[in-house]
Design a protein. Structure first.
Length: 243
């Protein structure tokens, strides 16, 4: 194998809970939230929209709120990576964990590590820096081995729920969750947002069996290649209207 090649899983599908909607006054198409999952191919049509993975959607049925999945790794970070991140159309400008950050320095043409002031940061206050969560999984019914289905989110609640559910599964299963049958679920919640009651939809993960059975499942998998997130992948999904 070529020594300069770093093995990485291919992103075959995008799991989404939103689509590109109508254009605003600036001509930018605004995101439109859905109350169900939609699965796209990693391929765009002539309008720049990701193509629907019709073969997958047929298996999931109309307006699915539950997807049968399996995770690929026996740790939290490789399955679900979360950070604070500031992207432009072409570059990851800054990313951090709330304590430390790496910011792109134009003069140095490189990333420089410094303290992350999180909510006090000017990029965060301007809503340029956002929470970012990236979930990697496979569909249980698809039989795919060499690629991944990816769900990306900028929602605090969903990031919290996915982090908590995966960590709970790890704790209760003795650290063995790779290959275990799970559900990726979407459900409504009533929240008060800016003084008004609203229905929001959040995503989480549930076991397909009872939690006590997890320890009995033999889910050992061979070591898998890393999934490497590319800035253009984020830009394609979330930053099509931003400079």
């Amino acid at each position: 194998m070529l020594k300069m090649i770093k093995p990485r899983l291919k992103e075959q599908y995008k799991i989404k809970i939103g689509v590109k909607g109508n254009s605003n006054a600036k001509g930018n198409r605004l995101p439109k939230k859905l109350d169900h999952f939609i699965v796209n191919k990693n391929e765009k049509d002539s309008k720049g929209d990701f193509l629907v993975a019709t073969e997958i959607m047929k298996k999931l049925g109309d307006r699915p709120v539950k997807i049968p999945i399996a995770l690929l790794y026996n740790n939290l970070e490789d399955n679900f990576y979360s950070s604070l991140a500031y992207y432009t159309k072409t570059r990851l400008m800054c990313s951090g964990d709330g304590e430390k950050a790496k910011h792109f320095d134009i003069k140095a043409d490189d990333y420089i590590e410094n303290d992350c002031s999180n909510k006090e940061c000017k990029y965060f206050k301007n809503k340029q820096c956002k929470p970012s969560g990236i979930l990697k999984c496979v569909f249980l019914f698809d039989g795919q081995i060499g690629g991944a289905a990816v769900f990306r989110t900028h929602a605090w609640n969903t990031i919290t729920y996915l982090t908590s559910s995966i960590q709970t599964l790890l704790n209760r299963s003795g650290g063995k969750i790779a290959g275990v049958p799970l559900w990726l679920t979407m459900s409504p919640e009533t929240r008060v947002v800016k003084g008004q009651q609203r229905i929001i939809f959040t995503v989480s993960i549930e076991s397909q069996g009872n939690i006590g059975q997890l320890k009995a499942i033999e889910a050992d998998l061979p070591e898998l290649p890393e999934f490497i997130e590319e800035p253009k992948d984020i830009a394609d999904e979330f930053y099509w209207g931003e400079e």
